[in-house]
Ligand binder design. Structure first.
Ligand code: GLA
Length: 378
């Protein structure tokens, strides 16, 4: 259950006037109503006669993020290196058409209704069985065939922030309940890309939202990320079966290739992990405060990224399925390990794992998550 102590935030929010709350229906997610489409969105494509637009967020240090209303995709993110040179540190495509192709492996997108896998696309809730769309072996991955990464969101920009809204209707992808979702992207003057998620529902439903950006801090996607130094604030992780579904065990990372508690190169032990890293790490934390999940460092450029999240887990995916078949930005192919994802999340397959932190959102509750990617130089 999310937000178990709902009364206090409810009254605080009324006082502060941030969001309204209707406990019976899926309700308005927030009152970020001062956001207006300033007409700044540039039309870059069409999907079923709906305009795909891109929005540019800038901060005072020259950082720039380009975000699409399609899938809430972070299309580019310009970050300075140690010499002040701005380079794009996220993988993606030059043309919108490439984002629309089914081969697009969730580049930069918002993932939902349930990020990561649900075993065999089935779960039981309150004695009733629900069948989702299976799209990854027999499993349901990242919301199914048409997840939140493949829909056009309602976008409105204000200053350095972009507000995205989407209503996922009852039954979409097999999920119960109308879900009102709001995602806010903010590019702060502290060189942070801050992502805030909120959702409300009118029926109990699993919810697990994330962002699927592939990072390569070198800014040169022909260079693999195996030389990046990763620190994961996780003494434990969830081992998986051959279809990447957790076995249920919560294992210690210490003394295994999964130990990133002391920063190490991603390539150091990757040969010992069949297929490469694609695992949920259990973050060292109590509760849902915003804490350090990971750091990532690229020595050549000096770029350093810190990731903070309110979530209990992070999926570290080392770009194992990239195989050179996708042409990336600048016409270069994305080879294996050309980028890596750090996806803040609840644990995979939680609706089938009562022992994992609960992912069922109830009517009257509010799902909320904050994840921050902060950039600096070392
Ligand atoms: C996630 C999954 C990976 C893979 C990628 C997309 O990160 O965990 O197994 O499916 O998405 O290719």
């Amino acid at each position: 259950m999310y937000l178990k102590n709902f009364c206090l935030p409810f009254f605080l929010s009324i006082t502060l006037g941030f969001f309204s709350c209707n406990s019976e229906d899926s309700g308005t997610v927030s009152e970020n109503e001062e956001f207006i489409d300033e007409g700044e969105g540039k039309v870059v494509g069409l999907l079923d006669n709906v305009e795909i637009k891109e929005y540019v967020l800038k901060n005072k240090n020259g950082m720039e993020a380009v975000i699409l209303n399609y899938g809430g995709i972070v299309k580019s993110l310009l970050v300075p290196d140690k010499n002040g040179n701005l380079q794009d540190v996220v993988l993606g495509f030059d043309s919108i058409g490439q984002y629309l192709r089914t081969e697009n492996p969730y580049m930069g997108a918002i993932i939902g209704r349930y990020a990561n896998r649900i075993s065999r696309g089935v779960f039981v809730m309150d004695g009733r069985s629900y069948t989702l769309e299976s799209n990854d072996n027999e499993n349901s991955l990242h919301g199914g065939i048409k997840g939140f990464d493949k829909v056009v969101w309602n976008a409105a920009k204000k200053g350095n922030s972009l507000r995205l809204r989407y209503v996922s209707i009852d039954g979409e992808g097999g999920y119960p309940g109308n879900l009102n979702v709001e995602v806010m992207y903010e590019l702060t003057d502290d060189n942070e890309l801050k992502i805030t998620y909120a959702a409300t529902t009118d029926k109990p439903t699993p919810v697990n939202l994330t962002n699927h950006s592939y990072f390569n801090l070198s800014g040169d996607y022909s260079e693999s990320v195996l030389n990046h130094i990763l620190h994961l604030n996780a003494d434990k992780y969830t081992p998986v079966d051959e279809t990447l579904i957790p076995t249920g065990e919560i294992a210690r990372t210490g003394g295994t290739p999964f130990d990133f508690t002391t920063p190490k190169a991603i390539g150091e032990d990757i040969q010992q992990v069949p297929g490469g890293y694609d695992h949920n790490f259990v973050l060292n934390k109590l509760g849902d405060s915003l804490t350090l999940a990971a750091t990532l460092y690229h020595e050549g450029s000096g770029r350093f990224m810190e990731m903070f999240t309110t979530e209990p887990g992070v999926q570290f995916y080392s770009g194992n399925f990239l195989d050179g078949s996708l042409t990336g930005k600048g016409g270069k192919p994305y080879q294996k390990h050309a980028g890596l994802c750090l996806e803040a999340q609840h644990f995979p397959d939680s609706p089938n794992r009562p022992e994992f932190p609960d992912t069922i959102l109830q009517p009257g509750e509010k799902y909320s998550q904050t994840t921050v990617y902060k950039f600096s130089i070392k």
